[in-house]
Write a protein that binds this ligand. Structure first.
Ligand code: IPM
Ligand code: MN
Length: 348
């Protein structure tokens, strides 16, 4: 009996989570596993009502679950940063989800803005460090409000944090077993402290993985290659900030936010799965948002808790459904949100 915590969150989050849970229900009865889900109303509305974002007690409670399924975070009436830091980042940091795993895979029939590329060319995974770097929020103002003002924002990279991420990436590349190639994405030519550490750790760990080919690209060049030759990538490992940026590019390469999913992993603890896109306030409640990203996040969740077969059934179904859809974009799919969920269930 799996226990799954569900945080539908803001905006279109509840709509896409509903479709994800629809697919979970269907696949569980097909494969024959049992689960219970507990829904939490954390997000913008609750914050506006109570002033509470995510109490520490809830963080503790989440530790007793097998996984967390998250919709979206971000509310138009709440100042940017409050929910992002107080909910999403607090979960990622508080539950030590030190890996953000973001597959970039073009499914059949999905339009990519990258000319002349097909599903066989676009299939790689970004391993983003998820607990350190610029996201620790370290920094200060000096002489704030004066012409001499200085704003410092520190990227914290610890030996332990970098090493566990790099180790995960090597092990994952081996397990994935595709091209068996791991690329470190950094900026060693300018960020000569942070990426010096990353590069040293990467080269050290590489010695234990003689079966894995290694490569290095600067982050700017990574963006270029992701468009020009996405087929060169198998697995990319990078820091938190660069990972954030290149995975938005990755989401576009794979057809848009409507299909891009990710997992915040604590390989030794509880992990959280979410569509990469935001809360899309302008589409809220209209039944037009694409739920496939959330359904793919659920697929990753199942894979993570050991329901590999259920995950493959979902992916197989998604690959049939994408062929029938006109577009991955909200309002242009040729189907309503709920119809896409129904189609995935039907094709399981
Ligand atoms: C993401 C988002 C978050 C991030 C924001 C909402 C804090 O952009 O999941 O990529 O920067 O990590
Ligand atoms: Mn992002």
């Amino acid at each position: 009996m799996y226990r799954i915590a569900v945080i539908p969150g803001d905006g279109t989050g509840p709509e896409v989570v509903r479709e994800g849970l629809k697919v979970l229900k269907a696949v569980s009865s097909k494969v024959g596993f049992k689960y219970e889900s507990v829904t939490y109303d954390f997000g913008g509305e609750r914050y506006k009502r109570t002033g509470e974002v995510l109490p520490d007690s809830a963080l503790e409670e989440f530790k007793s679950f097998d996984a967390i399924f998250l919709g979206a975070v971000g509310h138009p009436d709440v100042k940017p940063g409050i929910l992002e830091k107080g909910l999403l980042l607090k979960l990622r940091f508080g539950l030590e989800q030190y890996i953000n795993l973001r597959p970039v895979k073009l499914y059949p029939g999905v339009w990519t803005p990258v000319k002349d590329k097909e599903p066989k060319d676009i299939d790689f995974v970004v391993v983003r460090e998820n607990n350190e770097g610029l996201y620790v929020g370290e920094g200060e103002f000096k002489d704030k409000g004066t012409p001499n003002e200085v704003a410092l924002q520190v990227s914290r990279n610890t030996r332990r944090g970098v090493e566990r991420c790099v180790r995960y990436a090597f092990a994952y590349t081996r397990k994935r077993g595709k091209a068996k190639k791991l690329t470190l994405c950094g900026k060693t030519n300018v960020l000569t402290y942070a990426f010096d550490l990353w590069e040293r750790v990467f080269n050290e760990v590489a010695k234990e993985y003689s079966d894995i080919k290694t490569d290095y690209t600067h982050v700017d060049a990574t963006c270029m290659w992701m468009i020009k030759n996405p087929e060169w990538f198998d697995v990319i490992v990078t820091d938190n900030m660069f990972g954030d940026i290149i995975t938005d590019l990755g989401a576009m390469v794979q057809g848009g936010m409507g299909i891009a999913a990710g997992g915040n992993l604590n390989p030794e603890g509880v992990s959280m799965f979410e569509p990469i896109g935001g809360s899309a306030p302008k589409y809220t409640g209209k039944n037009v948002i694409n739920p496939l990203a959330a359904i793919c996040a659920l697929m990753m969740l199942l894979e993570n808790i050991g329901e590999e077969h259920a995950a493959r059934l979902i992916e197989g179904s998604v690959m049939k459904v994408t062929k029938k859809m006109k577009s991955m974009s909200a309002g242009k799919m040729g189907f309503r949100t709920s119809e896409v969920g129904d189609l995935v269930v039907k094709n399981l």
